[in-house]
Design a binder for this molecule. Structure first.
Ligand code: SF4
Length: 151
């Protein structure tokens, strides 16, 4: 199921800079994730997402991002997306919310780090190239059912 919601803000500052990916701000354009991985941390009760398969599209996300980024210019730091849902889950193909958010990020010259399991990210290579003048990274999770292969 896909539903549309409004949110109050789109960037949340991490209490401490993430030392693994260097992320300082989290951006979640969606709630829920169509990949529905059984081991997903998003399923933890603390996040209050009852049904990970219900996808909430934050319909005012782009307007908020365009407003919030200029206020953070003095503290330019890496924006991460992909920890609570995959920004390139199937619905993104049509909605292009992530693509449009990256265009705003590029125009504001903020660095970005994307975590995904989808090759749809290739669609946005042109914008990522632009962001990479500041800094851009894409991390992939590759899962395997075979434990020895995973190792
Ligand atoms: S792709 Fe990531 S965010 Fe989505 S369900 Fe799997 S682990 Fe969770």
């Amino acid at each position: 199921m896909i539903q549309y919601i409004e949110t109050k803000s789109i960037l949340s500052k991490l209490r401490e800079k993430d030392t693994w990916f260097g992320i300082a701000y989290n951006m979640n354009l969606y709630r829920g994730c169509q990949h529905g991985c059984i081991y997903c941390d998003t399923r933890s009760e603390c996040y209050g997402i009852n049904d990970i398969s219900t996808i909430s599209v934050k319909k005012n996300a782009l307007d908020l991002l365009a407003k919030e980024l200029p206020a953070k210019r003095k503290n330019r730091a890496t924006i991460g997306t992909g920890s609570m849902n995959d920004p390139y889950m199937p619905v993104e193909k049509e909605l292009q919310l992530t693509r449009k958010a990256l265009q705003i990020i590029a125009s504001e010259k903020f660095p970005a780090h994307i975590i995904t399991k989808s090759n749809l990210v290739k669609r946005d290579a042109d914008i990522l190239q632009d962001i990479s003048k500041t800094y851009a990274a894409v991390s992939f999770t590759i899962t395997a059912a075979d434990d020895s292969l995973s190792q």
